[in-house]
Design a protein around this ligand. Sequence first.
Ligand SMILES: Cc1cc2nc3c(=O)[nH]c(=O)nc-3n(C[C@H](O)[C@H](O)[C@H](O)COP(=O)(O)OP(=O)(O)OC[C@H]3O[C@@H](n4cnc5c(N)ncnc54)[C@H](O)[C@@H]3O)c2cc1C
Length: 447
Amino acid sequence: MSKTVTVVGGGLAGTEAAWQLAQRGVRVRLFEMRPVRPTPAHVTDRLAELVCSNSMGSTLPDRALGILKNEMLTLGSFVVRTAFKHALPAGQALAVGRDEFAEEITARISGHPHIELVRQEVTDIPDGPTILATGPLTSDCLTQAVQSLTGRYLYFYDAMAPIVTFESIDRTIAFKRNRWDKSSSAGTDEGDYLNCPLNQAQYEAFVDALLAAPRIELSGADKELERYFEGCMPIEALAQRGKDALAYGPMRPVGLRNPSTGQRPHAVVQLRQDNVAGTLYNLVGFQTNVKWGAQAEILRMIPGLKHAEFVRLGQMHRNTFINSPTLLRATLQFKQRDNLFFAGQITGTEGYVGSALGGLLAGINAARLLDDQPLMQLPRASMSGALFHYITNAAAADFQPMKANMGLLPPLPQPVRNKRQRYATYADRAKQALDSYLCQMNFTPLD
Ligand SMILES: Cc1cc2nc3c(=O)[nH]c(=O)nc-3n(C[C@H](O)[C@H](O)[C@H](O)COP(=O)(O)OP(=O)(O)OC[C@H]3O[C@@H](n4cnc5c(N)ncnc54)[C@H](O)[C@@H]3O)c2cc1C
C-alpha cells in the first residue's frame, strides 16, 4: 500500500494506531507535539507516557479490564503486549514500569520503517486519512478546530495522585500486604502493596485537615470545578460527601490486618510500586487538587509518611472529549467523513487500556479502509464491542466517559444469580463472540 495515514497524538491510542497501520504496510505520519509544546500533565517527551497511576487494572480473566486486555491481545495490541513486558508486582493488577514501558514504545515507534514521527503541534484537522488521538489534554488550537467540526465539545476535570520515594516511607509503620491475602500470616512482610494504617482519631484529623485545605484554582467558571469524573474523584471532593466517605473509598481497610496489632485498621492508605527499580511508590486512588504546600503537609499526617519525599504532588486537569454518540460510528469513523477516525480518551473511552483499545480499532479500520476491506465493528457481547457500542449509542445529552465494566455487556439469556458464575459466563460469551467474529472477518492479528 502506498497511501499515508496521519495520526495525531503519540499517546496510548495514537501509538497503538500507528503501530497497527505500519504493521499492515501503511505509511504513517505520527504527530506528537511534546516536547515542543508540553501538556499540563505529561512530564517527559516519551510517547505513551502514563500521566498518573501506573496501573492498567485487573488481570483476572473474569473482570472487565481483564477481559478487555485479553481481547486486545487477541486483536494484536502492541500497547498491552508491551505493558505486560514491563509488569511490576501488583497482585492481580497489571502495574507497569512507566519509564521502561514508554521508552520501549518510543524506540519501537520511532524505529519503525513505515512511521515518520513528527514532533509538532497540529492546529487544524488534517485532510486525507486521519486518526485523531490527542487525548484529554488536546491542545487549545486543535480543540477549537475540533469544536468547529463537531459543534460543542465536552469536558470534565481529572486529577493525578502523588508519588513518594520508597526510602522516605517509614517501614516500621507501613506494612506490606495485599488485600484479602490469606496466605501471609500476621508478622510476615509479603504482598505488593505498602499499607499505612490509621486509627479513628488519625483518620478524623486527616479528613478535617483535608476539608480545610486550600485547593489549586482552576480557570473557568466555578460550576466547572464540580464536573469531576466519578471514577477519578479528588480525595477532598470525596471527603465532602461525608466523614466516612474516604474510609469506604480509597482508604477502605477491608481485607487488611496490621501485622503489628493483628487488627484491622480504621482506615488505610495503600501505596503501589511505580517503577521497575522499586524506588518510587504512588498513593493509590489519592488524586488530589489541594495546593501543593498544604498537600504535602496533610499527606505527611498519614502514619508512615511523616518524612515522605514527594517526587510528584497531585494536580487536576481539564479533560476534553467529544460527543461520540452523535458524532461517531462504532467503527470509530466520524459520521460525516469516512476517512476521519477518532481514538482514545477524546472519544470517551476512559482510562489507559480503553484509550489504547480505540487506537487499536481505528488503526486496523483505517488500514482496511485504504485496502477496500469491510471495516470492523466488534461484537456487542465482547467487552471491546460493548464499550464502542456504549460510546456511540449512549444518551447524548449527558454523555460522560466510560471505563470497561460488566454492566455494558448485554444481559445473559438466562439470569445467573451467583456473581462469580455470572462474570465467568460473561467472560466465556465475550471470548466466543470475539473469536467467531474475527474468524468470520478473516482477521489475522499482526504482532
Ligand atoms: C490528569 C490525568 C490523569 C489521568 N489518570 C489516569 C489514570 O490514573 N489511569 C488511567 O487509566 N487513565 C488516566 N487518565 C485518563 C486517560 O486514560 C489517559 O489520559 C490516557 O493517557 C489517554 O490516552 P490517549 O491516547 O487518548 O491520550 P494521551 O495519552 O494523553 O495522548 C495524547 C497525545 O496527544 C498529544 N497532543 C495533544 N494535542 C496535540 C496536537 N494538537 N498536536 C500533536 N499532538 C498533540 C499529547 O501531547 C499526548 O501525547 C488521566 C487523564 C488525565 C488528564
